[in-house]
Design a protein around this ligand. Sequence first.
Ligand code: 7LY
Length: 340
Amino acid sequence: VEEYNEIARHYRIKETVGSGGFAKVKRAVHLPTGETVAIKIMDKVALGADLPRVKTEIEAMKNLHHHHICRLYQVVETSRKIFMVLEYCSGGELFDYIVQRDRLSEIESRAFFRQIVSAVTYMHYLGYAHRDLKPENLLIDDEQNLKLIDFGLCAKPKGGMSDQLYTCCGSPAYAAPELIAGKSYMGNEADLWSMGVLLYALLNGFLPFDDDNIGMLYRKIKSGKYDTPDWLSSESLILLKQLLQVDPKRRITVDELLNHVWITKEMGVPVEWNSKYQTSVLDDDVVTEMSVHRKVSRETMKAELEKWNYDYLTAAYFLLLKKKTSGRPVRLQMTLDSEP
Ligand SMILES: O=C(Nc1ccc2c(c1)CCNCC2)c1ccc(-c2cn[nH]c2)cc1OCc1ccccc1
């Protein structure tokens, strides 16, 4: 179908790996590099009123470059479709991972939770709040690394994190009391509560606040009371209590979380939240390979890449860089043509 021509030029589209509300996710191979990617395909008509949410997500992902945040490589928009070329996460959702194991050990919960803290701290330092943190929005890659997804609800308040937010959003079971009370709330404080719900789900395999009746669920969340199964260690209970604080002003902050005793137990070091990705300086080897392939000067190629158009050049750059960091040769396999 002509809708797919643009994307088919650089990708071999494979099987569907998942389909959610208004999106379908397919496995694909980026032909110039041979790298595997995921392509999220959305129909603009079907999106309807949700289209702005996709635009929010795309704009946010263009600014979020972190090893625990799912990477956006390219965006292709046609008259009817939006294609997002994304980092491949063959481990699926953390949600399914927990369900398959009933619950995770404290050791495994700590390993995953540190990665979540790293991604959320990075977002907060860049002035973003995620606002929909839950195990369905954490994917696992083929090296057991978590990758945060779904930035459709994230907020970057104009006046920075101090600005208060009003829109009620996200999933009720993970929503902070102040958020469901309809009060103005701070996005980063609400994210900390959601991380508390996430940690509880990792350690127990079920939710701290749950009820089929939304009214009952809200009452439970506002009470801040939850079961404490006997397998929870005293340190786990302390951290849960600090995260699931009904009063947002008494809730733990990300700074206190980074070197919390539970977080550093047996790890010895605080959470490293800075990104391992270096996007301000272009990688010389990648620029060389691309300029040779496109038969243009390095300066021309650099100027093109620094536009960060999230077109086939941005994708080739990121995927060549991924090959380089994985120790594979920085080679483009076929002419990186842009014309049909
Ligand atoms: O690569 C992704 N998913 C994915 C790829 C391969 C496999 C699986 C999953 C698990 C199912 N068995 C087959 C192996 C993948 C990458 C990015 C995004 C994404 C990034 N922003 N928004 C969405 C979504 C993705 O998927 C969603 C999904 C598919 C099947 C189940 C669970 C989750």
